[in-house]
Design a protein. Structure first.
Length: 151
């Protein structure tokens, strides 16, 4: 179904959230629109960051700038399905990293979409990429600690 293939390890995901596909998210072809899935992926990403006390923009204008989105559609999604969004952090570097997302059907566990968002830390006042902020460093450390205990 997709021209690209994303592969994540099981220990990638440290957070999950549930969302239901609304009837208004469906195209005339009877499946979820790309725009609706992108909206749901963005919501899952935001919930994940918020669960780690990371806001899109902090009071000091430091925040996160999302640089790209890669998504792989594996299976058709229809109205009223409940989807589990598993989220984790991968590929950290001195300025940001990637947020990996795997979407599965709640009832069967079948993977329907995989995606990743690239991000950098950014100061919205100076309009410059900045080194990792303390909240993001803390998130990376907690993700790395999880990997160590999983091995």
């Amino acid at each position: 179904m997709s021209r690209i293939e994303l592969t994540f390890t099981e220990d990638t995901f440290t957070y999950e959230t549930l969302m239901r596909v609304m009837a208004t998210d469906i195209t005339n072809g009877g499946q979820i629109s790309i725009e609706a899935m992108t909206k749901m992926l963005s919501e899952a990403r935001t919930r994940f960051m918020y669960s780690h006390d990371i806001l899109e923009v902090q009071s000091d204008f430091d925040g996160l700038l999302y640089t790209d989105l890669v998504s792989q559609y594996i299976s058709r999604v229809v109205a009223h399905e409940e989807l589990i969004f598993e989220v984790g952090l991968i590929n950290p570097n001195q300025y940001g990293g990637d947020i990996a997302i795997r979407v599965t059907r709640r009832d069967s566990g079948e993977v329907v979409v995989q995606a990743k968002f690239g991000f950098v830390c950014y100061n919205f006042y100076t309009c410059e990429i900045i080194p990792l902020t303390e909240p993001v460093k803390k998130l990376i450390k907690s993700s790395q600690d999880k990997f160590k205990t999983a091995v």
